[in-house]
Design a protein around this ligand. Structure first.
Ligand code: ADP
Ligand code: MG
Length: 617
């Protein structure tokens, strides 16, 4: 009988191996960033387009590669990081399997530029689906740049399996965060579809965490430090009162590598025993150093799970160290479990001075008078009605919609703004003089000079206030769908949706049926298209990374922000003159026109004098 077994050709073997290493664009991000770190780069730039589906590019200033290595690095099991099996026990690099580049090159269009310091010329190389297309010398900066384009172009099934850009981008962000948090001394920057997402200077652990997770993080952190023979721990844990509902900011790094470990997580949670509300999740950023020969990183292809020799000892040390830190920093007495979420300040009132409550006394009140149980408190008049403006924060938004509709084109709610910004005499002229530049800004002349509006941020502000109003007055209109949308979500995501259902219904969503892993939607908010509905929900879920806020104000606020972000016109969108005008008018009819819901400026003004000055130079 003839033999039927054959060795697979390399490119097929590589494609199969790629399935293990590269699941999604974020996997490419991880591998390329780790290679750059291994190449001793001090500055690394990540550029991503369409959540990495069209492009992932990593540019480093590391050691680069020689002409031969530039070609060899795409071979399977080609690595400069280990030579012998024993080397596995003294690893100081992220990579060692020599598989990543071979796998990536098998399923994408890859372009590489690389130069070592000692070489005059570098190498430019193109490889597509494991086939070398070009290799030529080129004048290049020291370091390496990898461009990975059209991921899974030759495996349509895998490409179709990718989730929406929102979801894929969240994974990219996760991988980016894991690498940048592990290497604070390296400066990193990240760009998505042309916008800068992060620019992180070289710093220390604490500063890096704060730079990644916003300034407020600093006051929430308690330092952790411990040194023993088998383990060094440093890092930070979050004060219990800042714990969240889901596990957003929990990071373990072992020997500078991000890892997942249910066991170590348990140790940290044990340290918080008695300090957290049920189900609350503290933040932690814990950097563990152990001798490389006491761990085995080899048990998972993406190397996020590792095996420790002496897990029990690690558990005990970690728990007592964290516990000690929480105690030492006097976190316990500051706890206030019973904080009333209703006291959360609506954003409008955050910077305003407190108003003293007025005591209202009913001088006519006679406790012995039998038939007046519900007599008013308002000084003997007719029955007491709480003034609407004081019922609750919700009233802040009541009536807003009407206001904005009634506002005529150039009468802004805030008269001061109107007077100083637009020249009334020029009204007619102003109407026809908005210009869109670079599909990004709208420029319009005003009395004192000109105003330049960021179209995307401006639209976010407009939508945000609209949604918030609709939600608070429970009067959103919904558009009925002819065929209900059927969307799939993971169990976790469904849990979030369940919790948010009432608030989402206030925006105009109608949920017909919520199953374990999917949802039928029969109505969507009026200013949303059918195809945008899923984007909105996915974005929302990804924005709730940090847990669902407790008070209903914050919940509505989060939803309104997230939906505004998803639905606002983006940079790069052409706007007709009419659309430009509408946007400008709607923006200045807003309560807070000058900042986006994310507190970024929506417009800038340039005075004529300033322009004159520039010309006088
Ligand atoms: P591994 O990282 O496991 O060694 P990879 O396939 O990721 O495997 O990379 C193969 C080899 O290519 C590396 O061992 C390294 O020598 C070289 N290499 C990859 N990326 C870079 C880079 N950015 N700078 C310098 N050399 C690199
Ligand atoms: Mg690698």
């Amino acid at each position: 009988m003839s033999s039927i077994i054959q060795l697979l050709p390399d490119h097929v073997a590589n494609q199969i191996a790629a399935g293990e290493v590269v699941q999604r664009p974020a996997s490419v991000v991880k591998e390329l960033l780790e290679n750059a770190v291994d190449a001793k780069a001090t500055d690394i730039k990540l550029v991503v387009k369409d959540a990495g589906k069209s492009l992932v590019q990593v540019i480093d200033n590391g050691v680069g590669m020689s002409v031969t290595d530039a070609r060899l690095c795409f071979e399977r099991h080609a690595t400069s990081k280990i030579r012998l099996a024993e080397d596995l026990f003294s690893l100081h690099t992220k990579g060692f399997r020599g598989e990543a580049l071979a796998s990536i090159a098998a399923i994408a269009h890859v372009e590489m530029n690389t130069r070592q310091e000692q070489d005059e010329l570098g190498t430019h190389l193109i490889i597509e689906g494991s086939k070398f297309v070009t290799q030529e010398p080129a004048v290049l900066a020291v370091g390496t740049s990898f461009m990975v384009k059209n991921l899974f172009y030759n495996i349509p099934a895998r490409r179709n399996f990718l989730k929406s850009d929102t979801v894929e981008f969240r994974h990219v962000m996760d991988e980016f965060q894991r690498v940048v948090l592990a290497h604070p001394s390296i400066s990193f920057s990240m760009y998505h579809n042309g916008s800068e997402m992060f620019n992180l200077p070289s710093s220390n652990f604490r500063q890096r965490i704060v730079n990644v997770f916003s300034g407020k993080t600093n006051e929430k952190l308690v330092p952790v430090q411990e040194e023993t023979d088998i383990l060094t721990i440093q890092g930070f844990v979050g004060k219990p009162e800042f714990a969240k509902k889901n596990r957003g900011e929990q990071f373990f790094f072992v020997n500078d590598r991000y890892i997942k470990s249910g066991y170590l997580h348990h140790a940290v949670m044990a340290a918080y025993e008695g300090l957290l509300k049920e189900g609350a999740q503290p933040s932690y950023f814990l950097y563990l150093q152990v001798p490389p020969n006491t761990i085995d990183i080899n048990i998972h292809p993406t190397k996020t799970e590792i095996k420790f020799d002496d897990e029990h000892a690690l558990y005990a040390i970690l728990r007592s160290t964290v516990k000690h830190s929480l105690g030492q920093f006097n976190v316990v007495p500051a706890l206030d479990f019973d904080r009333d979420p209703n006291l959360d300040t609506p954003y409008q009132y955050q910077n305003k001075a407190a108003e003293y409550p007025t005591v209202q006394v009913d001088r006519d009140y006679n406790p012995f008078a039998p038939s007046q149980p519900s007599k008013s408190f308002s000084g003997g008049g007719s029955s007491y009605k709480k003034p609407e403006s004081q019922t609750s924060w919700e009233s802040l938004y009541v009536g807003l919609k009407q206001d904005t509709i009634e506002v005529d084109q150039f009468s802004f709610e805030n008269e001061v703004v109107t007077a100083s910004l637009f020249d009334e005499k020029e009204e007619e002229q102003v109407v026809n003089s908005t210009y869109q530049i670079h599909k990004k800004y709208i420029v319009s002349p005003i009395k004192s000079g000109m105003v330049i509006i960021d179209q995307s941020r401006a639209h976010q502000r407009v939508l945000y206030e609209q949604f918030l109003t609709n939600m608070t007055v429970h009067q959103a209109s919904s558009q009925q769908l002819l065929f209900p949308l059927h969307l799939h979500f993971s169990a976790n995501e469904m849990e979030l949706l369940h919790e948010l259902k009432p608030s989402l219904e206030n925006t105009g969503f109608v949920f017909e049926e919520m199953a374990e892993d999917s949802v039928h939607i029969s109505g969507i908010p009026v200013n949303t298209s059918e195809s945008e509905a899923s984007i909105v929900l996915e974005q929302l879920i990804s924005d709730l990374h940090d847990g669902i806020p407790e008070s209903s104000f914050s919940q509505n606020d989060t939803i309104a922000k997230s939906m505004a972000k998803s639905l606002a016109v983006k940079t790069g969108t052409y706007l007709t003159e009419k659309e430009q005008e509408n946007l400008v008018n709607n923006l200045f009819a807003c309560k807070e026109p000058d900042v986006s819901p994310f507190q970024k400026p929506t417009f800038i003004t340039m005075r004529v004098e300033d322009i004159d000055k520039r010309f006088a130079l």
